[in-house]
Design a protein around this ligand. Sequence first.
Ligand SMILES: [Zn+2]
Length: 53
Amino acid sequence: MARCPICGKPTEQPYRPFCSERCKKIDLNRWLSGVYKIPAAATPPDEDEKSSD
Ligand SMILES: [Zn+2]
């Protein structure tokens, strides 16, 4: 029996893998806030191989 990753209650079919709409939203918010916390540190690819003399 799968359990809701948010509150630990058994999952309900329409809300899988959660137990309710509420937990579904909580998880979504966690996910979104996690995404927004990531700093936009886009490291450019190394183009050292291109160096030709
Ligand atoms: Zn839950």
